[in-house]
Design a protein around this ligand. Structure first.
Ligand SMILES: [Zn+2]
Length: 270
């Protein structure tokens, strides 16, 4: 449950989300407790998990505190979803605070707005809320040859892990709906036109930068005979895979990409 109530003070048994760069400090049971960190730690309220307050703090480096430091991607693969989401929130909030210290209009130092994850400029009044970047992912299918299962379009990104087969994805532009972004990204990246664009679900995502919200869609190719054409810049490969013969190199289990692929693969044929 996100929150930014600064009225309370951290208690020894509260959850402690400690960040250094892109890594989080882990303890015996997921995350340490406030009592395990130095008394002068500067805590930021993150909200509550099952009624237990959670506090975040950013250290200058991993060497500032001994312990096991791990990436969000590694944690999210192992922890229950609520703890993985909390870890992502901690990374997002603390990174936002570090990178939004000064007013972008007049250069004064911003001040926290009580009870909110936002800051305001004391000189010119500029309001700086913590903003999210929305991105879309699309699982595109088409009918397979007669008597065969449907096919799913998977792509390989120039930037990502070379072997990973993923979904077409991209950031939403200002003034654009999620659905329009899905259609545009697919058009730009693989040259296909979509039909039956349907919302699937969303996931806060802490790997590709703090404050990213992924929205997943299913869709069908408007022209079942159309083949994908990659731009060679963002994408290096795009291929139709029969749903009963998907590659092994799919996105990790705790990702909306994988949930979409599994959802589509589990659909009855036809
Ligand atoms: Zn200002």
């Amino acid at each position: 449950m996100p929150g930014a109530d600064r009225a309370g003070t951290p208690q020894p048994g509260d959850l402690a989300l400690v960040v250094a760069g892109r890594k989080l400090l882990t303890g015996a049971e997921g995350f340490p407790r406030v009592a395990e960190l130095p008394a002068d730690t500067a805590w930021v309220p993150l909200g509550t998990l099952d009624g237990v307050p959670a506090w975040g703090a950013e250290l200058a480096g991993e060497e500032a505190h001994p312990g096991r430091w791990r990436s969000w991607r590694a944690l999210a693969a192992e922890l229950p979803a609520p703890l993985a989401d909390l870890a992502g929130r901690a990374l997002a909030v603390l990174t936002w605070r570090r990178t939004h210290r000064w007013c972008g209009a007049c250069r004064a130092e911003l001040a926290d707005v009580p009870g909110e994850q936002s800051r305001r400029c004391p000189d010119c009044g500029l309001y700086v809320p913590m903003q999210l970047s929305a991105a879309v992912l699309v699982a595109i299918t088409r009918p397979g040859p007669a008597g065969s299962p449907d096919e799913l379009l998977l792509v390989r990104h120039a930037d990502g892990p070379a072997e990973l087969w993923a979904l077409v994805a991209g950031y939403v532009e200002a003034g654009e709906s999620l659905e329009a972004a899905a259609r545009r990204e697919v058009g730009e990246e693989v040259g296909l036109t979509l039909d039956q664009v349907s919302y699937f679900g969303s996931q806060p995502w802490a790997v590709s930068g703090p404050g990213v919200l992924l929205a997943g869609f299913t869709a069908t190719a408007a022209d079942p005979a159309a083949e994908p054409v990659v731009d060679g810049r963002e994408l290096v490969q795009a291929r139709w895979f029969p749903l009963d013969a998907l590659p092994a190199e799919l996105p990790s289990a705790y990702s909306i990409s994988r949930w979409l692929v599994d959802h589509v693969a589990a659909r009855p044929a036809g």
